[in-house]
Design a binder for this molecule. Structure first.
Ligand SMILES: [Zn+2]
Length: 122
């Protein structure tokens, strides 16, 4: 059964994680658009200590969040996001609220993504 489109014309106003995705449009830069994941706020979730989230990881999480929170706001109104690529998370300033865009997405080949995002392979 065809599913009705729930996407808004303007795209997400902020990262929603599950309902957004990134697109690199070349000169138009990195954008967050309606999608199915792969783009989240640049923030690590803090949690209680457990066997899979040890004290060391809690501390690392707090330190990384502290570093991220010290980054000055973007004068152009873009927000910091983690954009998922095969090798990990790519930290980028992303634009929100635009319409659907053509460009490189996380579904493209690793080589194409690396070129678009200028990844250094480290
Ligand atoms: Zn997003």
């Amino acid at each position: 059964m065809p599913k009705a489109s729930t996407s808004k014309k303007g795209g997400p106003a902020a990262c929603t994680g599950r309902a957004c995705d990134w697109v690199n449009g070349g000169k138009s830069g990195q954008e967050c658009v309606d999608g199915s994941g792969g783009c989240t706020n640049a923030h690590l979730c803090e949690a209680e200590e457990s066997d899979f989230h040890t004290q060391e990881l809690q501390e690392a999480t707090r330190k990384i969040n502290r570093i991220l929170s010290r980054i000055a706001s973007d004068p152009n109104g873009r927000t910091l996001s983690f954009c998922e690529v095969s090798e990990g998370q790519f930290l980028a300033w992303v634009k929100h609220g635009g319409g659907p865009k053509k460009g490189v997405t996380r579904r493209d080949s690793d080589a194409k993504i690396a070129r678009a995002l200028k990844l250094t392979g480290k």
